[in-house]
Design a protein around this ligand. Structure first.
Ligand SMILES: N[C@@H](CCC(=O)N[C@@H](CS)C(=O)NCC(=O)O)C(=O)O
Length: 421
């Protein structure tokens, strides 16, 4: 859905846009701020990377934009910043406005599975899929292959978990005073109980950075700042030490920098003091990242039925297993810059249909989820679009499979394609 621009405000040579749009995932109108640096305002056709800043409890997209002091550095580095809201608003769920740490302003960047919050508290899907897809289709100067993520407190939890749950999707991650082990702190326990249910411990773990970091494979360059004068830190709401311990035990701590900042509290005085460092950290990854160039799929080669596929056989569509149907394989992998979201999978389907349907016959496309997602996906993650069908009675199946390396660190994310004719 297109955005409505409610205000355009000059800021550090660029423009801060106050936007709103109707969001499907959250079932309501969502407000946000988008900072376009001066480099994005020119007609050069050059795209700028995008840093998502996820705010904390009680906040909207305004807190970071007004007092985070990110725009100065973003303007120098040529980076856009997205400041989303922290929850759906006005869903008229009984009690949603009663507490500062649950419901409105406290979406925790999860998809609620428990009623009544399941009716729109889907901030995970909103931030990882719907919002970026909407932004990239409306603002052509934003580079979809270069997204970074950071956040504060509940938003720091969001930044860490969204990064760790989606290897390769974000090219940088950092956090200010993150809720780093929500399953073991009062804020997190209250939220996960309300959004998932007390008995859903596995689900809780799937949104806990200290659990997720144990499963990470590859380098992990994270900047985390926490103030020693932060009362929430002192009360055991943040638990950054638990995150570091889990990272250390899994051998993932080498490039995680936890800086304990003397005397700083939990406020935007703290955030604005270190904002430039987080912009520099994001820029280190986002400005250095070069997406792999698109490749044309090579010609079809035939593999006799029953022979081992040159890649993950589990990815074969069910129709490929029908007796008497020969298998054609189209090697090598079709590169895809990052793990595919539902919408980008749909674009991949469209591209496949355009490429192969003209060869005649109908096309059925099946899109299995990629292995890293499989490993980390929650049962409710909307990972698979339904089978897409086109054309007269079926003679062909195309199964498109997406595998994703952790391309933040250079491993190539790849899609693979096979055709059963
Ligand atoms: N209102 C809560 C505190 C909530 C709070 O500190 N929220 C942080 C994020 S976790 C924040 O940034 N608040 C908004 C602000 O300082 O601008 C309380 O009274 O204990």
């Amino acid at each position: 859905m297109a955005f409505t621009t409610k205000a355009t405000i000059a800021s550090f040579g660029g423009k801060l846009l106050k936007l709103s749009h109707q969001a499907k995932s959250t079932n309501c109108e969502m407000g946000l701020n988008l900072y376009l640096p001066p480099q994005a305002a020119s007609d050069s056709g050059k795209k700028v990377p995008v840093l998502f800043y996820l705010a904390g409890l009680t906040c909207t997209g305004d807190n970071g934009a007004e007092k985070g002091f990110f725009q100065h550095g973003a303007s120098q580095k040529g980076m856009a910043i997205v400041y989303p809201d922290t929850s759906p608003r006005g869903l008229n769920i009984e009690g949603e406005d009663e507490a500062y740490d649950f419901g409105s302003g406290a979406g925790f960047y999860v998809n609620a599975t428990k009623e009544p919050y399941s009716k729109g508290y889907n901030m995970y899907t909103y931030i990882t899929e719907e919002l970026p897809n909407a932004l990239f289709s409306s603002f052509k100067q934003l580079d979809s292959s270069r997204m970074g993520i950071t956040g504060h407190s509940m938003g720091g939890h969001g930044a860490l978990t969204l990064f760790l749950k989606n290897p390769g999707m974000y090219k940088s991650v950092s956090a200010f005073a993150p809720i780093a082990n929500p399953i073991n702190c009062p804020w997190g326990q209250k939220a996960f109980k309300g959004y998932f249910g007390e008995d859903q411990q596995q689900k809780w773990k799937e949104h806990d950075a200290s659990e997720l970091v144990k499963q990470w494979k590859g380098p992990l360059d994270i900047l985390i700042d926490v103030g020693t004068g932060d009362n929430f830190y002192k009360q055991g709401q943040l638990l950054p030490e638990n995150f570091m311990k889990a990272a250390k035990e899994s051998g993932n701590d080498k490039d995680i920098k936890l800086r304990m900042q003397p005397d700083y509290d939990h406020s935007y005085y703290f955030i604005s003091s270190f904002a430039e460092d987080h912009i520099a950290h994001a820029a280190k990854h986002l400005l250095a990242y070069v997406p792999s160039p698109p490749q044309t799929p090579p010609a079809v080669s035939t593999v006799p039925r029953g022979e081992a596929l040159p890649w993950q056989p589990a990815f074969r569509g069910p129709m490929g297993d029908e007796p008497g149907i020969p298998t054609k394989i189209l090697p090598p992998p079709l590169p895809i810059a990052r793990p595919l979201s539902v919408q980008s999978r749909q674009s991949a389907v469209a591209a496949l249909l355009n490429t192969f349907a003209p060869r005649g016959g109908p096309v059925v496309v099946r899109l299995p989820i990629s292995p890293p997602h499989d490993r980390l996906a929650t049962p409710t993650t909307p990972c698979l679009p339904p089978v897409v069908d086109r054309g007269p009675p079926s003679v062909a199946t195309y199964a498109a499979c997406c595998t994703a390396g952790n391309d933040q660190f250079g491993a190539e994310a790849a899609g693979r394609l096979c055709a059963d004719v």
